[in-house]
Write a protein of this length. Sequence first.
Length: 216
Amino acid sequence: MKISIIFLYFITSITHAFSCHNPQVIKQMPIQFNKERIALTQQYQLTHYGIDSKSIEIEPKIIVLHWTSIEKFKDTFRTFNQPSLPKDSIRRNDLPGDLNVSSHFVVDRDGTIYQLMPETWMARHVIGLNHYAIGIENIGGIDSKDDLTNAQVRANAFLVCYLKNKYPKIKHIIGHNDYLNFKNTSLWLEKDPNYQTDKFDPGPTFVKKVKKLIRT
């Protein structure tokens, strides 16, 4: 009986073992990226980064993990989909300009991965680093509760492996709460010294769990 239990545990462990080489489905759910959003992105990178260019392409060197503070994927998608911030949005108190927030990927509670926009186009998801950063949002964190799931940990680990393999210049995997640590580095381009906010996502342990999986 004891041998059977050990064998069952071994099989279960193998079944659930993580590997960067095991592909996962990435569902394409593109948000609106029309002429308005492109123009707003161009204006944002000029105002905040001093980049005067028609191109909105980024140079991926860092991955930033977030939580949405929104309960469902459909509501998150609706929030990101509009090119500009709603005129009556309370977020305008913290977010200068009209460009709406967005993210390259969103991971649902069950680990389903959605890609919302091309990885090399600029998304507005982290102050100072958007020109170099790919954003991964995770559904959860309502009222700042540390509630992201193991399925999300595994999906994020897969995405990190996938993106690092695709873009070898990516050297940093951070939580949104760590972004100010890069303020005095070459990756920080923000020109407004007063534009910063305190962030707590994606919780105290999520990034560590993701990195631990990648190392195994």
